[in-house]
Design a protein around this ligand. Structure first.
Ligand code: BGC
Length: 274
């Protein structure tokens, strides 16, 4: 018990950074609680979403990103305005540059995303692939916490994204949706968008997922599959239909995994303490 004369010792506050997830239809940002406390890995306050501008070129996306960061910066719990911002992006990202455009505007290819966003925001930016971001978040705060060995996070959305995490360490740009399967790119047949486009029932879609996951299992022998993307909200519709040797579970951070992982990447790149 503390008497009124002795205030309880104050805990230093949980480190907080901005994370932004750039998707094909929406751009979402939030203030992410990092560290290792009870609420770590969650957002402080609501996420802020703006529609992805069309066409989604480097200029239009950089302007929308600046609007999102400005909204988050004005919140009472926002970190200092020179803190790095983490951004996740739906392409191969190497040394800050975009190297592919399966589902985004082709003008991105060859663009240095990091430099473009740093110019727009006037502060340091870390850019990572969107599935890598989800992988970092799930490994640290979600379904992959404490799992040893090889964890593969697969995101089913407009495309298929993949993150390979071995003993907690991310191997970046695991472009598993670009694997060739039945003569086409796997994501052309087994993404969530392919299910909608072809109006497949869940059992019909599960046949394609089975083919995809068995193939990946055969090549990589993972210890755990985590399924993310919008579809992770409805795991009962398709997970029980799959027959794999590897345990397969839905992602836990759901829609916020990209935002949280982007903030984690920024923290790690800047060498900021936990
Ligand atoms: C891209 C990946 C991305 C995935 C999910 C794929 O089309 O090639 O880089 O992670 O979509 O957005």
């Amino acid at each position: 018990m503390f008497s009124s004369a002795t205030p309880p010792p104050r805990q230093p506050s949980t480190p907080t950074l901005l994370g932004v997830d750039i998707g094909g239809t929406g751009m979402k940002g939030g203030l992410v609680r990092l560290g290792n406390r009870g609420k770590s890995g969650s957002l402080r306050g609501d996420r802020f979403r703006l529609p992805t501008p069309q066409p989604a070129t480097p200029d239009t996306v950089a302007r929308t990103l600046a609007q999102i960061v400005s909204e988050l910066d004005h919140r009472p719990k926002a970190p200092a305005q020179d803190c790095p911002v983490g951004v996740c992006f739906p392409s191969i990202v190497k040394n800050g540059a975009c190297l592919s455009a399966n589902n985004i505007d082709h003008s991105w290819v060859g663009t240095n995303i990091q430099e473009r966003f740093e110019e727009a925001l006037g502060r340091p930016v870390t850019v990572v692939n969107d599935a890598d971001s989800a992988g970092l978040a799930e490994a640290r705060y979600g379904a992959g916490q404490g799992v040893s060995g090889l964890v593969l996070v697969i995101t089913l959305g407009t495309g298929i994204g993949g993150a390979m995490v071995h003993e907690g360490v991310l191997v970046p740009n695991f472009e598993v949706g670009s694997l060739e399967l039945d003569g086409v790119m796997a994501e052309a047949r087994a993404s969530a968008k392919a299910r909608e486009r072809e109006d497949l029932s869940w059992p019909e879609y599960a046949v394609r997922l089975q083919r995809f996951f068995s193939h990946v299992e055969r090549i990589f022998s993972p210890d755990l599959f985590i399924v993310g993307g919008g579809i992770s909200k409805r795991p009962d519709d398709y997970l029980p239909l799959l027959d794999l040797n590897t345990p397969i579970v839905p992602a836990q951070l759901k829609n916020n995994a990209g935002i949280v992982g982007a903030a984690l990447a920024a923290q790690s790149e800047a060498g900021l303490p936990d």
